[in-house]
Ligand binder design. Structure first.
Ligand SMILES: Cc1cc2nc3c(=O)[nH]c(=O)nc-3n(C[C@H](O)[C@H](O)[C@H](O)COP(=O)(O)O)c2cc1C
Length: 188
């Protein structure tokens, strides 16, 4: 399968990148084609909310021409998309949230008859790292992701929260197994 991973941390060797690397290693060992997109290097402007994109159901008709267009095209041409983000103030990092918002251009007629999505049927997954435990911290982000899956008419194929993160070298060895399990769930 063609798998696109979206790294939403600014740190190329941080906690999220480290666990994401373990997910990608497992996918590659199973002969899947994996491409990581490091969002921090990209120019992704915030959604304008102009709704002009909603006029054209079968294309990314966003009026803003920046790197978000190519990334969304890459997502559409993939079998699996994995969102990977550190948790920032109980939500996604700004880098990945900007792309999620621009995903408004992927969907037409949300909450109405004729709801369509350029991501319909795609497998999508979520990896999040944070300093604190899941409880009273990450629930909102994971709920938002579930709603994003519904919005995109996609298939949630796995999610992992890795809490108590400080530095990559201190991530417990068992997280490697959890990362491998997430990888397997993305492609079954
Ligand atoms: C601006 C900022 C906000 C943060 N907010 C939270 C938070 O709400 N909950 C949490 O558990 N950790 C929070 N953290 C900690 C990071 O999520 C955690 O260190 C994460 O593993 C960093 O991943 P990275 O090394 O890939 O950047 C925050 C860190 C920063 C810098």
């Amino acid at each position: 399968m063609q798998i696109t991973t979206l790294l939403g941390s600014a740190k190329k060797k941080g906690n999220t990148a480290t666990v994401l690397g373990w997910v990608e290693d497992e996918l590659k060992s199973r002969r899947h084609a994996v491409e990581r997109i490091y969002l921090n290097d990209k120019s992704i402007k915030g959604c304008l909310g102009c709704a002009q994109c909603r006029e054209n159901p079968d294309e990314i008709a966003c009026v803003q021409i920046d790197d978000a267009i190519g990334i969304m095209e890459r997502m559409i041409s993939s079998d699996v998309v994995l969102f990977a983000s550190p948790i920032y103030f109980w939500g996604f990092s700004a880098q990945i949230k900007a792309l999620i918002d621009r995903g408004y251009a992927l969907v037409t007629n949300y909450h109405k008859p004729g709801h369509t999505s350029l991501m319909e049927g795609k497998r999508i997954g979520l990896l999040v790292t944070g300093a604190d435990a899941y409880e009273e911290n990450a629930e909102g982000l994971f709920t938002a992701f579930d709603r994003l899956v519904d919005f995109l008419l996609a298939r949630k194929s796995g999610a992992l929260y890795v809490g108590a993160c400080s530095v990559p070298s201190a991530i417990p060895a068992e997280v490697r197994n959890q990362a491998a399990e997430l990888a397997r769930s993305l492609v079954v």
